[in-house]
Ligand binder design. Sequence first.
Ligand code: SME
Length: 172
Amino acid sequence: MFELSDTLSRLTKPELYRHLAESLTVLVASERDPIANSANAAALLFHSLSDINWAGVYFLRGGLQQDGELVLGPFQGKPACVRIALDRGVCGAAASRRETLVVPDVHAFPGHIACDSASNSEIVVPLIHEGRLIGVLDIDSPRLGRFDQEDAAGLERLGAILLAASNLDALR
Ligand code: SME
């Protein structure tokens, strides 16, 4: 269906994310199920990005009310914490602020939730479709300072492709 190879590591970040955007577009083209599409997005990212140990999504359940929380969705990596309150961790912060958070050193982030002790840096992209917060895309790395603004831009584009292709009513 698509190739995952060492040649990806020779691309610049913008080239890599263009390639990933094309791959994800093909992967989700004939499927509307958000869980299936998120699962393939997580696998694509986990096997294409260098120096990462976790890639996946958390979905917002219960809306933005007091009982709303992020619940683990499809991912690749070690088993992770299942529920994250909106005022907890990097994921909760990115979701409630509705902005991408690039965290060069997770140990310096107040309230960071350590799911895998190998993680040293992290990026969390909120998944927002037509104003509705759907969840977050979360990627962890064992390398300090692994992610930058080019990763943020590339991953935001991938998140938008994932959401546009999926029937988000299935998540209500
Ligand atoms: N580190 C995240 C929790 C999720 S795991 O990294 C998979 C956080 O602080 O929200």
